[in-house]
Design a protein around this ligand. Sequence first.
Ligand SMILES: Cc1cc2nc3c(=O)[nH]c(=O)nc-3n(C[C@H](O)[C@H](O)[C@H](O)COP(=O)(O)O)c2cc1C
Length: 258
Amino acid sequence: MIFYFSGTGNTRWAAEEIAQATGEQLLFIPEELKGKCDYMLKDDERLGFIFPTHGWQPPRIVRQFISRLKLHNATGHYCYALTTCGDSIGQTMEMLNDDLLKAGLPTAISVFTLVMPESYVCLPFMYTDTPEKEYAKISRAKEQLQSFKEIIIKRQAGETHTVKGIAPWAMSHIVGNYFNGRMVTDKKFTVDAEECIHCGKCENACPTGDVKLVDGLPSWQHDGSCTCCLACYHHCPRHAINYGSITRKRGQYYFGHK
Ligand SMILES: Cc1cc2nc3c(=O)[nH]c(=O)nc-3n(C[C@H](O)[C@H](O)[C@H](O)COP(=O)(O)O)c2cc1C
């Protein structure tokens, strides 16, 4: 059983590859949160958590899901986790395992990072990658994922393939707490009504159902579900959606875009 989250598709690609290699069920966390979050593992089934790094932590929606997750027949099962990121994850995997432990769930005994194209563009000096860098990151991620899949298939324990970056504790616990506590909000999204072509791609791309077209224009529900994955921003074909004014001249990206 694989639980995953993805905003702009990097992680969805990795999760689908792993699901295909292991033949195990792939479950999308925002959909699962609509239900009871109560599951029975088959004997010998692996347990995987696959998600992007958000502010050097697991995304808020993933942590919320783990706090509600009930797993039956989970003792002794092989558990692994993979996170995608733009450059570094800090102590994301330690935080994930703390959350799993607190919830009485198996913890990940092998952990993986894939560095993939950057999707966060809402702070100064944060930009999408150049096409060359995107290509290089995806090529490398494809190679690495092959070896990660083999490790997972063989249920190898103690494999740590992570990219923690500088000052991992401070990035996750100080910067990350501030980021995820104060800066993950849908209140800063705006739409340029003159540019919007009412195509609804933002609504379709939003993984949490937070974006709804109202009179043809995207409207954010402010219902606490936004995890700031920026899928709405990146999928707009007219760059009509922005986050404050900072993203007006920033690039757009999603996995598989031309
Ligand atoms: C809200 C947000 C926070 C992010 N924080 C980090 C981070 O702390 N470190 C990092 O290397 N990349 C960070 N990124 C980049 C993403 O982790 C990376 O682009 C990821 O592959 C996106 O996955 P997705 O396409 O499945 O949504 C962040 C992206 C978003 C949207």
